[in-house]
Write a protein that binds this ligand. Sequence first.
Ligand code: PMP
Length: 294
Amino acid sequence: MALIPFDDRDGHIWLDGKMLPWRDAKVHVLTHGLHYGSCIFEGQRVYNGKIFKLEEHTARLFASAEVMGFQIPFTQTQINDASRQVAEAQGFADAYMRPVAWRGSEQMSVSAQQSKIHVAIGVWQWPSMFDPAVKERGIKLDIARWRRPAPDTTPWKAKAAGLYMICTLSKHEAEAKGCQDAMMYDYRGLVAEATGANIFFVKDGKLFTPYPDCFLDGITRKTVIDLARHRQVEVVEKYIQSSDVGDFEECFLTGSAAEVSPVGEIGAWKFKVGNLTRTLMDDYSNIVRGKAAN
Ligand code: PMP
């Protein structure tokens, strides 16, 4: 499939308070965010023209900004309004939306106290993170050689661009091996998450997921925990060792982009796309479209 580059599309992007023609939403090459990773972002989906959990995503953008020492020159209400405005301008019923904030070009050194903070919001069509046919059978995960870093080595609570360096490396290595994604252990060797999604396991009708104590506690993760509890499914947050993984029956990933994606294999471990995974996939696709679970 031919790639349509992201800098050469039609429509509009919101940048620093203005709706700009898509191709004019540019930054200079000498930008702190590009050189030093001083950049944070969000990722949220539009379903039937409505942004799912918009306020939560905007609140997390501002929380990430605070961790990174950014003063975003807009209020959360202004960013919520701008997000709706971009979604409406693009006019997609279903889409993926990317708010991003970064330090500008005023200073080009590690210290950038005077740099201005910029904010942009773009939206595009991205029907599924994984090929739907592969997803139906369960995706294949590699085991990443990179680990989620210790909480005192990185601002892990922020959804910050710099934290994705090891995610892209892990995902590229996984794809080179014919996998769709990779499972990452943390600095202690405990199961953490995938490269852009949280991970869940099923055993004996119960749901298990790692404590998010060094990686993103996803908005979808919390939604899926609520959906499961609503069905009286017991949800256990615990430290998951690699030696536990082989005992699980089902596995899936959760994320705003990934939604609920069944996992068929992690390295040599195999999982079935079972009833609880399918139920939660359905419940999630209902709730994002404003429908109650069946
Ligand atoms: N972990 C990582 C590394 C992610 O990039 C994402 C996607 N934002 C998630 C987990 C899931 O977060 P959410 O459900 O809030 O999209």
